[in-house]
Design a protein around this ligand. Structure first.
Ligand SMILES: Cc1ncc(C[n+]2csc(CCOP(=O)(O)OP(=O)(O)O)c2C)c(N)n1
Ligand SMILES: [Mg+2]
Length: 337
């Protein structure tokens, strides 16, 4: 019996809906990975300008959390933002076109990689200024409460943002007014080349955020099933108890900080350290689980890879062939009238 094509008997108890959900988590992480591998190439070919920060290695966090949201919930993040919109289901063609600066892009080519925005999917922005998203997301959560809705807000940012004054002002307000927001610090151990030990007086970031009157905890974000489990519990908590939550998500980026140093200079971390973390790559980790539990066969996983590669190729072709924004649009879609 071929293991490539036959599921084992272990799967009998897994309901179809759960099987479909697990496969979808795999498909989304792989889409983000393949999408960004293309971005890296396109940046080197001068097709993508400005700046570019890849989420490679961190996919499980966005995918695991976002998979547990209701459609009306809101998501905001920092500049490493391609994973959020792809996990939310934004059209990969429009995301790629935005990175290429084309008029067919999510923001008509005016935002670029660091400033994605998709109103339809309730992604209310990627923000380039470290820490800024925290204040904005707190305002969005205030609006959700003020309007009496049961929406919640996910706010993603990096460990470097722990040192922004705005974080502490915002967490205080959120705790005081019981706002429905989940602050998620992506602790990938570095802010550019500065390790957490050199930028934070207390390196347990969940502990640092634990004094504002709402729960705070650390989770492992290299395993999407772990993330999904915690996300489900934490999102339920925030919706039910109507109070904020702080999550320190332990993760790691496998590539350099930004496109200019994608193959890391190696001056602030060793190759061995990167290799150690690569052993916890969330994509093969989930693949192994799916195979070992007979949820998918290797042939099915290969087919998903071919499918996402085709989606990325089509997105790249669309972006290539799309026109630049016309000059007479220069001042349009910049401010709200
Ligand atoms: C207020 C501010 N200061 C400095 C910068 C330059 N800068 C861009 S990214 C970055 C590091 C942020 O690291 P972290 O928050 O850990 O996010 P990561 O890149 O690791 O995802 C810095 C200092 C900035 N964008 N904004
Ligand atoms: Mg960081």
């Amino acid at each position: 019996m071929s293991t490539r094509t036959n599921r084992t008997k272990k799967t009998a108890h897994i309901p179809d809906a759960e099987r479909a959900e697990l496969i979808e988590l795999y498909r989304q992480m792989l889409l983000i990975r393949r999408f960004e591998e293309h971005c890296d190439k396109a940046y080197r070919q001068d097709k993508i300008g400005g700046y570019l920060h890849l989420y490679i290695g961190e996919e499980a966090l966005a995918v695991g959390f976002i998979s547990q949201l209701n459609p009306d919930d809101r998501v905001l993040g920092h500049y490493r933002d391609h994973g959020y919109v792809l996990a939310l289901g934004s059209d990969p063609k429009a995301v790629m076109a935005e990175l290429y600066g084309k008029v067919t892009g999510l923001c008509r080519g005016k935002g670029g990689s660091m400033h994605l925005y998709d109103k339809e999917k309730n992604f209310l922005g990627g923000y380039a200024i470290v820490g800024d998203v925290i204040g904005i997301a707190t305002g969005v959560a205030f609006a959700a409460k003020y309007e009496g809705s049961d929406r919640i807000v996910l706010c993603f940012f990096g460990d470097g943002a722990m040192n922004a004054g705005l974080l502490h002002e915002s967490l205080n307000m959120a705790g005081l007014w019981k706002l429905p927001v989940i602050y998620i610090v992506e602790n990938n151990k570095y802010a550019m080349g500065t390790p957490v030990e050199l930028h934070s007086a207390v390196t347990n970031l969940a502990k640092r955020a634990s004094v504002y009157g709402f729960p705070s905890e650390t989770i492992d974000a290299m395993d999407v099933l772990e993330v999904r489990k915690h996300a489900r519990r934490i999102i339920d908590h925030v919706r039910t108890h109507k109070e904020p939550y702080f999550v320190e998500a332990i993760t790691y980026r496998f590539v350099g900080h930004g496109a200019a140093d994608i193959t890391d200079p190696g001056s602030y971390r060793t190759r061995e350290e990167v290799e150690e973390w690569r052993k916890r790559d969330p994509i093969p980790t989930l693949a192994k689980y799916l195979l070992e539990n007979g949820i998918a066969t290797q042939d099915e996983l290969d087919a998903i890879d071919r499918e996402v590669r085709a989606v990325v190729e089509e997105a790249a072709r669309f972006a290539d062939e799309s026109p630049d924004p016309p000059l007479d649009e220069l001042w349009e879609h910049v401010f709200v009238d």
